[in-house]
Design a protein around this ligand. Structure first.
Ligand code: UD1
Ligand code: MG
Length: 460
């Protein structure tokens, strides 16, 4: 029988120790808010209801999550004052009477995995299932108290624990599955009679024990899955853990990564075979690499598709662009949004391309700006050439025909069309369309003034 369950994510905490105006759960791991990680993991296991208890920075949290996830299915419950974890769960009480069970997660414990949750679900049979961990240094955590036959009978918070209890290394991760047929009743009975004056969720365990409800546990092997973020040190630690998970996935899919500690993946990468990634690359959003793609050191690639056999040389930045087969980009190239490089193109150093198509076999090799342009096939753009696409108010297009040859240092003042096979003399300022297969030059005639230098030097 499959169990129908709710998930409640507590996300009301203030996060004082982050020293930030941003609500804690919106701080990012892999460029995605921590709360969004937890919501995505939650959704992957299809709960009946997904409830987020919010409080501090509530509207900001709600609007950002809604914007990122286009989500109308979340149930939001406000916890106006943070009176403890038990109080937080109680804020969602009206939703907890339905279905079999409720899984509790945290917006600041971002790396909990689907696999761990499944292990917990497998142990659920109208009992409590608690996720525990063994910490060599358990300071700060609630300790798991077991009786002499090893059954959990309660949890004691650090601040309420005696010396003997503090020596226990098995801790409460704060993640549980509760049986709904008892949960609401227990929540009604919670008190704040403890050293912190808070309503402790952990008190539910003792209630369960006294009511004769079984408490089972799952021990979490990967500690980072249950680690919470209270400060920037912990945020950085989990960021590195998350990155290692991402790179391991890529390595397992056959990508060659020179150093898995020097790559950052802030999104999803799809890859073909025989891809190679050198050090210090950052991938953002959705990036697709075809077969035999080589990415040199220090590249940033965002929301782009890099097709088979492409080589991206070091220090290149590519955003919202597509590079087709066997092309070469960089070193030091920048492809801005809307760039499309067709097969066998070469984009060289200090070249910026924006919202332009570069046709098959065309080359833009040195120090050039191409914006709002369509370049045909087998075109050569000389060093230092520029499409002057902006007059301060509007943008205009440049169209360069197949087989054109643009001499170095050419200014193409848009809107303008360079005909197929045109040759443009170096240093030209092109303001009018140029005819096909003809030489067009626009530059002052070169003159030599005989004897001028001699006279000039004699004056000194
Ligand atoms: C809690 C557990 C402790 C466990 C630890 C694991 C209790 C009483 N103790 O302690 O046994 O070892 O987690 O990390 O539950 N929150 C709210 N509203 C509140 C209070 C908290 O939303 O009123 C949220 C926080 O934002 C945070 C989470 O609940 O995400 C845990 O709260 P926190 O105060 O950090 O709990 P701990 O004292 O660490
Ligand atoms: Mg606390």
């Amino acid at each position: 029988m499959s169990i129908k369950f709710n998930i409640v994510i507590l996300a009301a905490g203030r996060g004082t120790r982050m020293y930030s105006s941003i609500p804690k759960v919106l701080h990012k791991i892999g460029n995605k808010p921590m709360l969004q990680h937890v919501i995505e993991t939650s959704k992957s296991i299809s709960p009946q209801q997904l409830i987020v208890v919010y409080g501090h920075g509530g509207e900001q949290v709600k609007s950002l999550i809604a914007k990122n996830m286009y989500d109308t299915e979340l149930i939001w419950c406000l916890q106006e004052n943070q009176l403890g974890t038990g109080h937080a769960l109680k804020c969602a009480n009206e939703y907890l009477k339905q279905y079999d069970a409720t899984l509790l997660l945290y917006g600041d414990v971002p790396l909990i995995s689907q696999n761990t949750i499944k292990q917990m679900q497998d142990k659920f049979a109208d009992n409590i299932v608690i996720l525990t961990a063994d910490f060599p240094n358990p300071t700060g955590y609630g300790r798991i108290i077991r009786n002499d036959v090893g059954k959990i009978i309660k949890i004691v918070e650090e601040k309420d624990a005696n010396q003997e209890q503090r020596a226990i290394k098995e801790v409460n991760t704060g993640i549980y599955i509760f049986p709904n047929k008892y949960l609401s009743g227990w929540l009604e009975k919670l008190t704040n009679n403890n050293s912190q004056g808070e309503y402790y969720i952990t008190d539910l365990l003792e209630m369960a024990y006294l009511d004769g409800v079984d408490i089972s546990s799952v021990s979490c092997a990967d500690v980072f899955e249950v680690m919470g973020v209270n400060n920037k040190l912990q945020l950085e630690y989990l960021e590195r853990q998350y990155q290692l998970i991402q790179t391991d996935k890529l390595l397992n899919k056959g990508v060659t990564i020179i150093d898995k500690n020097r790559i950052d993946i802030r999104g999803e990468i799809k890859n073909g075979i025989d891809c190679f990634i050198d050090i210090n690359c950052i991938f953002e959003g959705n990036v697709t690499l075809g077969n035999n793609v080589t990415i040199g050191a220090n590249c940033i690639i965002k929301n782009s598709v890099i097709h088979d056999g492409v080589e991206i040389k070091p220090n290149s930045i590519i955003e919202d662009s597509e590079v087709f087969n066997n092309s070469q980009v960089g070193p030091y190239a920048r492809l801005r949004p809307g760039s499309k490089l067709l097969n066998n193109t070469h984009i060289g150093n200090f070249v910026e391309i924006k919202k332009s198509i570069v046709g098959i076999g065309s080359k833009v090799n040195h120090l050039t700006y191409i914006g709002d342009a369509t370049i045909g096939s087998n075109v050569n753009i000389g060093a230092g050439s520029i499409t002057c696409n902006y007059d301060g108010m509007h943008k205009f297009n440049t169209n360069i025909g197949d087989n054109a040859f643009i001499g170095s240092g050419t200014m193409m003042v848009a809107p303008v069309k360079i005909g197929n096979g045109s040759i443009i003399g170096a240093g030209s300022v092109i303001t009018k369309d140029t005819p096909e297969n003809e030489l067009t030059v626009s530059r002052a005639k070169q003159v030599t003034i005989l004897g001028w230098v001699k006279k000039f030097r004699q004056k000194k």
